[in-house]
Design a protein around this ligand. Sequence first.
Ligand SMILES: C[S@@+](CC[C@H](N)C(=O)[O-])C[C@H]1O[C@@H](n2cnc3c(N)ncnc32)[C@H](O)[C@@H]1O
Length: 239
Amino acid sequence: MLLKCLYTFCFKMNLQFTMLLALCLITLPTGAEETNVNPGINKYYHDAEFQRWVSVFERPGREVYDKRHTIVSALALKPGMTVADIGAGTGFYTHLFATKVGASGKVYAVDISENFIENILRTAKKQGLNNIEGIVNNPKSINLTPDSIDLAFICDTYHHFEYPQTMLTSIHQSLRPGGRLVIIDFRKQAGLSTGWVMSHVRANEETVIKEVEKAGFRLTSQSDLLHRNYFLSFIKSGN
Ligand SMILES: C[S@@+](CC[C@H](N)C(=O)[O-])C[C@H]1O[C@@H](n2cnc3c(N)ncnc32)[C@H](O)[C@@H]1O
């Protein structure tokens, strides 16, 4: 009906060209949606049984748990900073960050699992930490306001992103100008990595750097602090 009216109007006005243009605008796609690169990878977290995952994520022998204090020191957090722990899991990083940024700072614990977030807040309360806000996000957005964080921290989670480019765009928007993004994830190298890593982890370090730079970040350091994991720091560039 709308098209018919438009056609009649344009025909009467002898504006065939305008009609053609209007039709193009109506029918053109508004921008391609990113396809899910990892369907099902997060299925075990949806109804996550908290204590079970504490025994997985906070077990001695897991490099990012054993080296947690070294990693936190390397981030050089200062009182008053705002940090987002994206894919916070059981929250051991969230809690350490909250202590470092102090009462004048803030930590957002961001996770797609509601149960993880509820438990992070419960355990934070027990520890007397009042500067943590829980965010149950969706797989395409961190659900934070633009220009609101100084550091986005992603540990063992980038390879769980189902929509990595869309998530990176959301993270980019939420970082303040000059804000930092740190990604720690498994090295995927034949001969060094386990068979589980080779099949479970989607992208290697080089690919991740390319994806992140494409989203408007600049690589500032590639630390060799860890053995089984890489440690990448980026700065928000562009707007
Ligand atoms: C392997 S766990 C790592 C948890 C924690 N960072 C650690 O190192 O112990 C991955 C976490 O990422 C979460 N996750 C997956 N996709 C996510 C997304 N798009 N946004 C936020 N969290 C996500 C999962 O629910 C899970 O808690």
